[in-house]
Ligand binder design. Structure first.
Ligand code: NAP
Ligand code: GFB
Length: 314
């Protein structure tokens, strides 16, 4: 029998990356359904049940979440916790009730302990408190790993999770209040070029991040759904050697967008200094996986924003 794969949060940055990957490697026995919040408000168990009743999925990739950058998290820790706990409870419970064969949910490297040794690996998710800027989001996401193990133990469910680093690409959220650093900088550079003004980068520019292109993450998540059988999470990341500073990122975006004047507002928060993750487990499974070079991925992301300015989330 074929697979019917439901992707919650299928219209967001990662969902579009998965759609791109699934279309590039089509399989006859797979039917993909990409959902938005308009199809169902997943904070409601009743609505979620109706959705599962309608689609009867055999497989689920669960992306839907309240998502935001550092400044959005700093303002709304309570909401990040509440909304994500509700969504995750509905989705995992319905996956059990409707006997979904496999569920892959999405964590994030920002949920790891703040005070830790580096590099971070998959065994360290629960080792200590997350960074204070996003503890609401981080604890809700950590609970997904707890839920996966509990559902496996009590009901034998095949539930697992992936842990991506910071992500960017087409269809990102470019809203300057809520967004992550790369879409924010692309949008700021666009405005600066149009208005002949300088670009303000928030914070000192010294924090370090690993960034993964949404199309690469899409390919890796399709692989996870098809091939990965552990309950334990797997980090989906570029190598430690590909970690970059925010200043370097700002310079790459500015160059791509044709902007020269960058200023740093050090009164704004830096957030977590780094969360360097180790991708050795991924490399054991996929030693030959090729990541898109950062500059190439940035070129495609900037071009997407310029070409889709009217319809982009901003
Ligand atoms: P995104 O672009 O903001 O997309 C979020 C998706 O979730 C959208 O499809 C949205 O639907 C849907 N959604 C939100 N609230 C919902 C609700 N109450 N009911 C149903 N659907 C709802 O986010 P993303 O960056 O693709 O994130 C996808 C996953 O990756 C999340 O689990 C996130 O935690 C994780 N992640 C993201 C990053 C990153 O840097 N972006 C890093 C690590 C992990 P609408 O389009 O209708 O609003
Ligand atoms: O992308 P960002 O919000 O993610 O910020 P985090 C990364 C860094 O970029 C921080 C700096 O040091 C910011 O100070 N930055 C510079 C900016 N200019 C800007 C700007 O205009 N907007 C933003 N947003 N940052 C988030 C977590 O943390 O990472 C979330 O809070 C989530 O929970 C996500 O998981 C992946 O890596 O700091």
């Amino acid at each position: 029998m074929g697979k019917k794969i439901l992707v919650t949060g299928g219209t967001g940055l990662v969902g579009r990356g998965i759609e791109f990957a699934a279309l590039s490697d089509k399989r006859e026995d797979e039917e993909w359904i990409f959902l938005s919040s308009k199809d169902c408000n997943l904070t409601s168990m009743d609505e979620t049940r109706k959705l599962f009743e309608m689609h009867k999925p055999t497989h689920v990739i669960h992306l839907a979440a309240m998502v935001g950058g550092l400044f959005s998290n700093l303002r709304q820790n309570a909401e990040f916790f509440r909304v994500n706990m509700l969504i995750n409870d509905s989705v995992l419970n319905c996956c059990r009730e409707f006997k979904v064969e496999k569920l892959v949910s999405c964590l994030s490297t920002c949920i790891f302990p703040d005070k830790t040794t580096y590099p971070i690996d998959e065994t360290m998710v629960h080792n200590g408190p997350p960074h204070s800027s996003n503890f609401g989001y981080a604890y809700a996401k950590r609970m997904l790993d707890v839920q996966n193990h509990a559902y496996r133990q009590q009901y034998g469910c095949q539930f697992t999770s992936v842990i991506p680093t910071n992500i960017f690409g087409p269809h990102d959220n470019f809203n300057l209040e809520d967004s992550h650093v790369i879409p924010a900088l692309i949008h700021k550079c666009y405005n600066a070029k149009r208005d002949g003004t300088a670009v303000t980068v928030f914070g000192s520019g010294t924090p370090l991040r690993q960034f993964i292109y949404s199309h690469d993450l899409g390919r890796l998540m399709v692989w996870t759904l098809r091939e990965y059988t552990e309950t334990e999470p797997i980090i989906l990341s570029v190598g430690e050697e590909d970690e970059v500073s925010i200043k370097q990122v700002a310079e790459v975006v500015a160059k791509e967008m044709g902007v020269e004047n960058l200023q740093f507002d050090t009164t704004k928060a830096d957030g977590q200094f780094k969360k360097t993750a180790n991708n050795a487990k991924l490399r054991q499974y996929l030693p030959d996986f090729q990541f898109t070079p950062f500059e190439q991925a940035m070129k495609e992301s900037c071009a997407w924003f310029v070409e889709n300015y009217e319809k982009a989330r901003k």
